[in-house]
Design a binder for this molecule. Structure first.
Ligand SMILES: [Zn+2]
Length: 232
């Protein structure tokens, strides 16, 4: 059945294919449609659209539809956000036995069903953290407009980044530094009382930027002892 239908659209013009995309989206009841929904409602294989227009997103764009994010992608992001929240509140990697409602929004079973095992879920999570940066640098770039440059021309330091470290960036630094104080090596993995902070190496007040290479993991003791003493 599907093959017959696909043949029927093989010689279709671009506009006919885009019409089909719009029709299927209407059937799906939204102003967008995912690949898997199109497999269900469409009269041709999604590959036909991707081949003709370069990508699924491009086809949606040309059809005047919104870009779609699959339900699975959204659900995975929610599952990853939950791991992140647990990781931050525990100060370390959540253990299998700790992934229980209500401490966790989702049970370990949910992760096992989605990823195969808890370990695989953690692996997927770390990949997700590393691939979805959000230091916010791109937002900061817009700060450098002409009027601000004019006013602050005499000041030697011009910031590209905000002082505040986002949760995601803070977490990424914790992961990168292995949840250890970079000064004394203390880690909540070994001593549960240790509290870790993510701190500017060159203080923000001395011109240091909020970038990964200027951030490090410090325990609260070492962090307090520092206090903008960077002069070297
Ligand atoms: Zn320390």
């Amino acid at each position: 059945m599907k093959f017959e239908l696909e043949d029927s659209l093989r010689g279709a013009t671009n506009e006919e294919l885009l019409d089909e995309l719009r029709r299927a989206a209407k059937v799906a009841g939204r102003n967008t449609i995912t690949i898997s929904e199109f497999e269900q409602y469409g009269k041709c294989h999604p590959c036909t659209m991707q081949r003709r227009f370069g990508s699924w997103t491009k086809a949606l764009d040309l059809a005047g539809l919104k870009p779609s994010r699959s339900k699975i992608v959204i659900e995975n992001e929610e599952l990853f956000e939950n791991i992140k929240e647990m990781w931050i509140s525990l100060g370390r990697q959540p253990r299998y036995g700790e992934v229980r409602i209500p401490d966790s929004k989702y049970s370990a079973g949910t992760y096992e069903k989605r990823f195969g095992s808890w370990t695989k879920a953690l692996k997927a999570f770390v990949e997700w953290v590393n691939s979805h940066d959000s230091n916010g640098n791109s937002e900061e770039e817009s700060i450098g407009n002409d009027s601000i440059q004019h006013i602050s021309r005499k000041k030697p330091l011009k910031k590209r980044t905000r002082r505040e470290i986002s949760d995601r960036q803070r977490f990424r630094i914790l992961v990168r530094d292995g949840f250890r104080c970079m000064a004394c090596g203390a880690s909540p993995l070994k001593q549960p009382g240790i509290e870790l902070h993510v701190d500017h190496i060159v203080p923000w007040s001395k011109g240091g930027e909020t970038t990964d290479d200027n951030l490090q993991c410090k325990c609260s003791k070492c962090n307090l002892g520092k206090c903008n003493q960077f002069n070297a």
